[in-house]
Design a binder for this molecule. Sequence first.
Ligand SMILES: [Zn+2]
Length: 303
Amino acid sequence: MYQEPRIDRAALITKNVKAVLAGLSELHKIYLRRPVGGPAPVLDDAQSLADLELVEGIAQRAVTELRYDKALNEDSTPDYLRVSLEKLVQEIRRVSTGHERLPGRKARAAVGAWLQAESDVREAFEDLRWRLATQLAVLDAEAAALLPKPPAPKVPPTDQQVLTEQLGRVIGRPAPAGTEPTVRAYLVIGGVLYRGDNDGRTVSDATKDLLEELVTRLEKWTVSGCAEVHALDVYARSRNLTTADQIRHAFTRAPGNVTGAVIGAMDAEGRSGRYWVKRTPCDNCSQWLPQLGITPDTTGAKR
Ligand SMILES: [Zn+2]
């Protein structure tokens, strides 16, 4: 028994819509990319005529395709759709060319009023326009995907990334020999490393005063014994902060001030040779660091 070959009608319509699109100019495509709906644009006579010409050109192009019996939608026979679109082309030509022609804006208004009465024609063109615009959007997206991608903007590393990289370079590496407690800390602010060492240096009065304010001493504490304090002092000196208030202000959450600072610290440990071992802040530093919004990195710290 004979069976009609099954035709994928949706695929066929897409193919035919593509054929119509292929015959349209770039101006027609710009018209099709316009959002539908919303308030009607205010056009002068020349623009109104140009607009009518675009509608006529799109309809005429579809008529040309439909002459060869190519369907463009599911509901209507190609003939029915072609007749509607031909009527539209004729009406636009009637009011915009020849002895009956009207000034642009009047011509456009006349076609609009005529379409209100000719609902079949209006629906035929709206359907055609929707199909063309939908297919055009698909083709536009495909073309955009083929364009070379602009290089991704360079994102500066976060303070935590800078710290992680620096700790990776130092932890486990040889530390200065000796038996004195030796500690080091890296404070990262705005991508810049400030290194603190308890190498016998004193810290500035500004830093000392600030820590007096921030820390209720839990144990006998010499501020200069902490590498974290030295790192803070290095930062303060680099910014010419000469009073406790100035340092404190630099860490308040205000535009341009420090946010998201991080710090990592380490001890020199070992017998025959000493190596850097990551550590957590002492009880005193654990008090002042959070007050300045500085987060200690203790991941993998030994103690
Ligand atoms: Zn400490």
